[in-house]
Design a protein around this ligand. Structure first.
Ligand SMILES: Cc1ncc(COP(=O)(O)O)c(C=O)c1O
Length: 452
């Protein structure tokens, strides 16, 4: 079947409303309409191929049309595509839970499924607040979180991860949160060394959490890398310090590893870099290899046990979604985890992480309009500014980040910026040659836009 681009464009422009997209711009542009994918490339209806430089929004792990995952989904299709998890169970849901518990940090024991990153974190928040009530500490209702963190776009997730740009129209709907400033040198601690910023940020967290120690239910954070803020990196010591403060005050530690999970940072989970086990771990995106919407909120047995009781006590966790634990998603996720083992993914990506790190330091950082490069594993943010010495940003109407991705697209690379921060987050299986192509094109595109 040939796909008529003009017809599809007309239908798209007539009927669709795209997320995080100014539709006025969109409807004045030629949309890129994807029809296929293979390996680390996606292809549009006109037959143009693009290297998938941000893993189809940070979720693809082993490439597109990965045989083992395709086969697992097909095999599951021949059994059943969906059956509820409310009051029933199913085979791939059970098998996946066992596999997840084998890979997450020791101490996490119970898997609660949902279907997106936002729901994984909402579930964690609701569990934490209910947990304290069930434990007889009903005063603990406050959630602490990091400034400019991003946990998704549902009301609870927006409250926890407030972003002025994204969420200001919905401020009236949001609940108050105790905000903690992360050790982000570029934004908050300018002029300090990384160590000084770490010290100052830990001091602030200690003071705020101690002052509110009887009312905080949980600290929710993206460990090591605040992705949607613009890839704000933290040293592993920050997570270690915050984990200790939480333990001291009995505050639950909730880690949102929706973006960092499944080895984006170079270890299976970001918390592995710090040797920290959270009380609750939130996973989504890469859990199915980037194939299907599935999420998991994984807790300790202690949290789970607090919800046990007689039926008539109504202590159960009354939360669920129709597609919670969808069997096709679970089958994809099992195949994803098996591939991590079979293809030795974490170990094999280490030389490519080093290559990425070297090129970023040697070629990108010296560019006259690159003010900062932040990296953990395969998560990269390249910050562009108008004036490097004065750290002066470009006016937003210049849309520098957008212009860079348009240049990259012309050269066959698909990336998506966050404002003027160029994000790179390739699939973990990207080859060395493809990684070189990604970096060559992004470097050329940055220079084409900023040096003319
Ligand atoms: C750290 C983090 N948490 C939560 C989310 C929300 O995930 P979803 O878009 O699947 O709701 C994202 C999405 O980018 C994320 O990066």
């Amino acid at each position: 079947m040939t796909l008529d681009y003009d017809k599809l464009k007309q239908l798209d422009h007539s009927y669709l409303w795209h997320p995080f997209t100014q539709m006025q711009d969109w409807m004045g542009e030629e949309p890129c309409i994807i029809s296929k994918g293979e390996g680390h490339f996606i292809e549009d209806v006109n037959g143009r191929k693009y290297l998938d430089g941000v893993s189809s929004l940070w979720c693809n792990v082993h490439g597109h049309r990965k045989r083992a995952i395709d086969d697992a989904i097909r095999a599951q299709l021949d059994r059943i595509s969906h059956s509820t998890f409310l009051g029933l169970s199913h085979v791939p849901g059970i098998q996946l839970a066992q596999k997840l518990i084998e890979v997450v940090p020791r101490g996490l024991k119970r898997v609660f499924y949902s279907d997106s990153g936002a729901t994984a974190v909402e579930v964690a928040m609701k569990m934490a607040v209910q947990y304290w009530q069930l434990r007889g500490e009903g005063r603990r209702t406050l959630i602490a979180s990091l400034a400019e963190s991003y946990h998704g776009d549902t009301v609870g997730s927006m409250s926890m991860g407030y972003s002025e740009t994204f969420h200001r129209y919905h401020k009236s709907l949001l609940f108050p949160v105790l905000r903690i400033t992360p050790p982000h040198v570029f934004r908050y601690y300018q002029g300090m060394s990384e160590d000084q910023a770490l010290g100052a940020a830990v001091e602030e967290a200690e003071a705020k959490l101690t002052e509110n120690k009887n009312s905080v239910a949980a600290l929710v954070m993206e460990p090591l890398m605040q992705g949607a803020a613009g890839m704000w990196a933290q040293p592993a010591g920050y997570l270690q310090a915050l984990s200790l403060i939480c333990r001291r005050h009995g505050i639950l530690l909730v880690l949102d590893e929706v973006a960092t999970g499944f080895s984006r940072t170079g270890k299976m989970f970001a918390c592995n870099h710090a040797g920290v086990t959270p009380d609750i771990l939130c996973l989504a995106k890469g859990i199915t290899g980037g194939y299907l919407p599935l999420a998991a909120t994984i807790t300790s047995e202690e949290i789970f046990a607090a919800f046990l009781g007689e039926y008539s006590e109504f202590k159960a966790f009354f939360h669920g979604h129709t597609y919670t634990g969808n069997p096709l998603g679970c089958a994809a996720a099992i195949a994803n985890l098996e591939l991590f083992d079979r293809e030795n993914v974490v170990e094999n990506m280490q030389p490519r992480i080093a290559y990425l790190q070297n090129r970023l330091a040697e070629e990108f950082l010296p560019l006259p309009h690159v003010s900062d490069v932040r990296q953990w594993g395969f998560m990269v943010g390249i910050e562009l500014v108008q004036d490097k010495a004065g750290r002066k940003s470009y006016p937003p109407q210049n849309r520098i980040g957008h212009k860079v991705i348009v240049e990259a697209r012309k050269r066959g690379v698909m990336i998506r910026p966050l404002g003027d921060i160029i994000i790179l987050m390739p699939p973990l299986s990207i080859t060395r040659g493809e990684l070189k192509l990604l970096l060559d094109v992004v470097s050329e595109s940055i220079q084409a836009v900023t040096e003319n």
